[in-house]
Ligand binder design. Sequence first.
Ligand code: AMP
Ligand code: ZN
Length: 200
Amino acid sequence: MKNGAVRAHGASRKKIALRFFSKHRPPPAMKCCEGGVRTKFLGKSYMILDAFIHQINNQVLEMDCIFCKIAAGVIPCFKIYEDENTLAFLDVAPCADGHTLIIPKKHSDAFVEMSPEESGRLFEAVNIVSNQIMDKMENITGLTIGMNTYETAGQTVMHTHVHIFPRFKGDGGGTTHSIVHSAKSSDPEHLKKISEKLTK
Ligand code: AMP
Ligand code: ZN
């Protein structure tokens, strides 16, 4: 590693990178190169490793995560709501008018990797934004709220997010019950076994 390189571990170098990124968004004069990006700060050249995770205002930003970049203001979005921990913006490929994504600003790959406290704050925002959408969208008569968690469930962006789909009378959409039909049985004995497994 050459002089001036920023490593993921190393407080003073981390501070330098933090200062840099809090002043320049998006960072100017960044050149992509193998393993990261090279940039100039105070006359010195710095290598920011791909794996390097830095913080802006307590946000954890992963350089290769599109929603972290949106949360940091590096990539634009159509913002609907923001608070200290949460950001809501329109989905770029909407399934319905007003299709909104709500993300925690702090990176986690998926919902189950958040702490209960963090997920509580996320769902406070989901409630606020749901009411905002119900109040402001014309002719809206309902909502479907959901999360695809991990690839099997269809998650394509690996930064926790909640979808809010506005629903309109006669929109032809389905219900959450239309997502999967893989249950082996609805027999009470079968349900009992599963409940025991889940509570053991
Ligand atoms: P999921 O399949 O649950 O991971 O959903 C990811 C969603 O993110 C999709 O509905 C995409 O259309 C949406 N998406 C991807 N990139 C962006 C972006 N830059 N801005 C807004 N929405 C995005
Ligand atoms: Zn992220």
